[in-house]
Design a protein around this ligand. Sequence first.
Ligand code: NAP
Ligand code: HSE
Length: 397
Amino acid sequence: MVNIGLLGFGTVGQGIVDILNDKSDKVLLKDLYIKKILVRRLEKQRQVKVSKDKLTLNPQEIIEDKEIDIIVEVTGDVDLGYKLIKKALKNKKHVVTANKALVSKHFEELTQLAEENHVYFLYEASVAGGVPILKSLKDQIKLNSISKIKGILNGTCNYILTRMTEDGLDYSQALKEAQDLGYAEADPTSDVKGIDTLRKLRILSTMALGASIREEDIICHGIDRLSALDIKLLKERNMVIKLMGETVEVDGGYKAIVQPKALRDDSYFAMISDAYNAVSIEGNFSGLLNFYGPGAGMHPTGNAVLTDLIDCVANSQDKRSPLRDRKLDNRNKDIQGRYYIRVSNWKEDRYKLEGLVDEKVFENEEELAFITKELKLSGILNILKEVKNYAIVNIEY
Ligand code: NAP
Ligand code: HSE
């Protein structure tokens, strides 16, 4: 029997227990036993039932328990999670987490600590929810140089954009649905501002390129400035908007960005809808590999956590750190493209915008929407920093 200490019993924690309750004929799952569960509120009504004596408010009861072999951290609390994971690794317990904010913030340190203590630190569910991308990437980096990584990495944003585009929902209604379905973070600001995608891109890029690419090395624009008008105007041009993260290696450096992109409506990423995620990686030998699946939600995420748990029990992954220490320069200042830009109260700012407008898409008293020529993003943002209310979307043809 393998004893597990579960930190957190919300969407993901309950997904894990629900799957374990249905272990019927699954041999490896039969050996897993959830000994204790950390929560904030003992009396809260929960969808998945467990006996009350399993729940605790005291994390030490779990971390200090010598009979617990594996810690599963799914609280979403970065500071508490970090403290407990560090202690668990030092106590030679394997750790599995879905907490991308935590992995992104402490990636190098925790990975190294796990290696030093000869235990697993696994985080499959932290990137693209239920899509088994990290284990596959770990395999590919043993053989390939990965030069490009690109994906739809946030289920909440993809759900919001899909519902706005296909069903005409307004932004706040679509966000409310994503929250009700358990896709959004406790504070959905990190979803809609692109920060959740940025954290996932930071984890993927650091692994894929073998160089430390930190959160502050990635340009980030979310979907929170987009309106129904942007979606309609681009739809009329056979384009759909997707929030995408993208890192490319270029001659001794890299470019990394999270941004809304307007894609041709018949292209691969344009077809990824609802809370689904998709990630492409390009290796020198593997060629282009595409990964696709549910990016969030109770069971897909619980399932991803359990695949890591099984790897701990079966000892079937490499315990050595997958990170390398290449040095690459940040070349984000070279990012360029064509952009759709919409400015509200544009008349106040019309002289500032003159150099940007290549093709007008829409104009009324309040709003001006236009497309730029191929320009450096840094130059555009330099002009837009003087403009109060705008939305920007990269156009990919
Ligand atoms: P959630 O529904 O908010 O659940 C969090 C759980 O942790 C709750 O049971 C809460 O206790 C407990 N908790 C939080 N802070 C705590 C603290 N300081 N002390 C003790 N218990 C605490 O979150 P979730 O959606 O399951 O997400 C968990 C993690 O998985 C996050 O890092 C998230 O980014 C990641 N993730 C989520 C998804 C998804 O689809 N939801 C997908 C991939 C990754 P109470 O229940 O008593 O409040
Ligand atoms: N809030 C995240 C999302 C959860 O919507 O993608 C999965 O990481």
